[in-house]
Structures are given as structure tokens and as C-alpha cells.
Design a protein around this ligand. Sequence first.
Ligand code: ATP
Ligand code: MG
Length: 357
Amino acid sequence: MRVRLEGVVKRFGATTALAGVSQEIREGELFTLLGPSGCGKTTTLRILAGFVDPDEGEVYFDDVPVRGVPPAERGVGIVFQNYALWPHMTVFDNVAYGLRLRRMPTAEVRRRVEQVLEQVGLLGLEDRTPGQLSGGQQQRVAVARALVLNPRLLLLDEPLSSLDAKVRARLRSEIRRLQQELRITTVYVTHDQEEAMVISDRIAVMRDGRVAQVGTPVELYERPADLFVADFVGTNNLLPGTVTGLRDGWAELATPAGVVRGRAARPLQSGGRAVLAVRPEALRISDGTPADVGVPGRVALSQYLGSLVRYEVEVEGGRVLLVDVHNPKGQIVLRPGQRTTVSFDPEAALVFPEEAP
Ligand SMILES: Nc1ncnc2c1ncn2[C@@H]1O[C@H](COP(=O)(O)OP(=O)(O)OP(=O)(O)O)[C@@H](O)[C@H]1O
Ligand SMILES: [Mg+2]
């Protein structure tokens, strides 16, 4: 099913939770709403589910407006972070609940429940109660309960946030695999940008009740539309300064750390304030020989992470740059306190106008 939000506005008293969201979600895609706390992610899901109506605008399911259609009739499956399972019921009964409400024949209920429990990897645990399951298994039950009704749309609101990192990583891959297998249109909410990157077909980065940018994980990472997205998706080093040169899409910035160059990601003004963004993996360090071209600095911290070494390099003006050196074996290893020069290909750096605070 396709979903379309058109000019959706939602206010709670003086708070504008959604300030005009227009967005299409394609048939069968996993679409993620990503953004900081309070940006309107859950409100968007609640509107799609039918728990709240927008103050302005309209939501369409396959071009049919759904205003006034109650949640139970929308064909939507929902998994919330703390959408509690019934503690006194077995796994089987938790999952079967919705089917029994619909008076489905017993044999059919059994067949459906077992099929879904197999899909989420819970066969054999039918007779346990939620208290006898791990956190990850409980969330699988929640997913099974949402899927058993064959929803046209699956809504997941931070379904993994209460789980530890390893279980979270495994479950997110399984949710992705299952979603692709079933080809079910899915809206996934998270404030974890890494989770959003690995699980999504497309991501909407939200800020203050609006969509800041929509794109595939690669598009958002490689071509962030503004400083907010550049800072929120992945890790970026930010160097503010004054624009001293503009030519053919390139910008030169005078920063306290030195003069740097990058691609102008947005229109810039000569003499205006701007910020250069460059990712840790695009930075190189050298052993600090005076002839090196780049920004001089001093190693403040070096963290060995096996596949990479992450350096924190303090540059003139006090900024700390993160530098990732991959496959560090055989490369120079610098120690805290050592002088170094940080350099990068200007092609890998983006310059944005500085935002008003
Ligand atoms: N029922 C409500 N009554 C009053 N204000 C609300 C209500 N629901 C949400 N808000 C406000 O609307 C804004 C958006 O809330 P929402 O729950 O959609 O954010 P979110 O992006 O899901 O954040 P989080 O990552 O913290 O879950 C917030 O400022 C929130 O305080
Ligand atoms: Mg929320």
C-alpha cells in the first residue's frame, strides 16, 4: 500500500508537533523517520495509526483519505517501544488475541499464529509467558502480534530501543529481512542514525515538526542538504569560519584552525559565515613535518578499535577533529601529545552557510 501525507499539521496546545508534513511512502518500502527527541516522529505514527487526527492536512492510503477511519479498520500493525504484551497470557494467546477478536475459526487461528511465530523465529516458545522470555524475544512477540492480522501498513516506533546493542543489531536485520520477504509497507521510527542507515530504503530526517531531507541512506550521508542533516546523519567534523573565496562551486574558508577548502553545498556569500563539514574517514594525519599541507594540530587522544584507530586531534582555536584511520596495521601510529597535520581532499568536504541559532 502507498501512503501519502499532505500538509499535515498537529498542535498540542502551544506546541506544534507537526508543522506541515507532506510525504509519500512507497508501496513495499521501509521508510524511516529519523530525528532528535520531540521532532514529531511518534506523532506522525499516531496520525497514520488513527489514534489522533491532524489539525490540518490529510492522510491517504492508496489515494483514499482516511480521516475518521478508526484504528482497528485501517489495517495497520503497530509495534511500540513499550507496547506491553499481556503478561498473564502465553505467547500463543498474545499473538492469537486479535484473530480471536475477529472470531476466526480455531483451526485457522492456529495455522496463522504458527506461521507468524515461525517467521519471527519463535516456534517452540508458544506456551511461555512474556515473563519467561528475553527482551528480544518479547519484541519478536510484539512484531508477530502486529503481523498476524496481515496489515497493509506496519508501524514500528523505536521497537529496539530497550534492548542491548547485540540483540538490537540482530533484530533490526531480522525485521528488515522479514519486511522484504513480506513486502509490507513499513514506517520505522528511530533516533538512532546507524539503525536508520542499515534498515531503510529511504529516510526522512525530521526537525521541529518538519521534514528536513528525504533520501536513501547513501544520499543523506553523501549529500546532506543542510548543516543539521550533515551533523545528524553519521559523524561530521565541523569547522566554522569566514568565506574568503568562491569559485566554480568551491569555497575557501578562513577558520581559526587555518584556511580550508571544500565544495559549496549551498549558495554562499563572500565574507559571510559558513561551516565546513568533513567526515572522520576523509581526514588524513601525518607525522607533523613542517612542510605538510593541512591544518596543524596535536593528538589529544588515540583509540585503538581493532579495524581502525580513531584520533582526536586538537587544532588551532581549540576545536577537536575526529580522524579515523582504517586498517591501522603498518600505518603510522601517533601518540597523545604528538604534533601532527590533518589534511583532506577538498572534494570530500562540504561547506554550508552558518545557521542562525
Ligand atoms: N499528547 C500530547 N500532548 C502534548 N504535547 C504532546 C503530545 N504528544 C506529543 N507532544 C509534543 O509534541 C512534540 C512532538 O512529540 P513526539 O512524541 O512526536 O516526538 P518524537 O519525535 O517521537 O520524540 P522522541 O524521540 O522523544 O520519542 C513534542 O514537543 C511533544 O512534547
Ligand atoms: Mg517518540
